[in-house]
Design a protein around this ligand. Sequence first.
Ligand code: PHE
Length: 338
Amino acid sequence: MQAELEEIRKDAREKLKEAKDTADIERVRQKFLGRKGVLARQMKMLGTLAPDEKRAAGKLANELKEKISAQLSVRLEELREVKSGGKDGAPFDVTLPGKKQPVGKLHPITQTIILIEKIFGELGFRSVRGPEIETEFYNFEALNTPGDHPARDEQDSFYIDKGILLRTQTSPVQIRVMEREKPPVRIVASGKCFRRDATDASHSPMFHQVEGLLVDEEVTFGDLKGVLGVFLERMFGADVKTRFRPDFFPFTEPSADVSISCIICGGKGCSSCGGSGWIEILGAGMVDPEVFKKVNYDPEKYVGFAFGMGVERIAMLKYGINDIRLFFENDMRFLSQF
Ligand code: PHE
């Protein structure tokens, strides 16, 4: 009889584990503890036993009855908790609509930077970052722009201390990379830049640039045109035309100002492109040998090109945004559209 009781104990435990709702529990109760249940049947059989055995088995049977009954209550409680969504939770109505969780997203400027870096990444350019607080050496001098250079005029901006300023361009990252790496170099560097510009629809004292630099032994202006051409087509569509015009930057020679055909009017001329059909989009050129000298690259051996673009300008063109200030007002009605 003891062996049978042991079997019953195991069986009851199994059945309880499987029970999924109160109806299941009730069935288990009936089966084991009910008037015609398994235990009741055992109790009846007690009468057939010898007095000694009867007492021992009777004790065991009673204990088992209590045990199963306790386990039933525990399981019932467990099932209630699951249903109400937790120990202290109120009853949970699965048909109620859920509470909306506000989901954040990346700022359109960040999205644009990621897209630019992705396109250049596929062309073999590695993404790097540099500091936003720079020394005059990296921001100007190493870029062939000494203190009395007129090109400093429009960029002598936010000085923190003597010789230390908020970078006015991402070009200093070129120097930092070349100082620590030997050619071939192929990088893009993105991030914030700062200039003493009065805020208007197209100017902000804080803005973003993406810089590119490629240095190797045989690099031509044709390579620069090819790389930028592919980039601009990927960014603005295969129909876009590119135009290179001579320009000046202290750290590139020759330098170019690169435009795309106006994506609003397709090049016919409209108010967005000032009637010219073209939109200036980035500065570029072949790395000036003077810059190579500053980083101990042999200017006889190495050639390179560099380019820099304003991220806000690219994003404004791509998404049809007409005021740069919208990016920095943090109005969710604007930001959530991207
Ligand atoms: N740093 C330049 C600017 O801010 C852009 C540039 C980068 C031009 C690299 C040439 C090469 O105007």
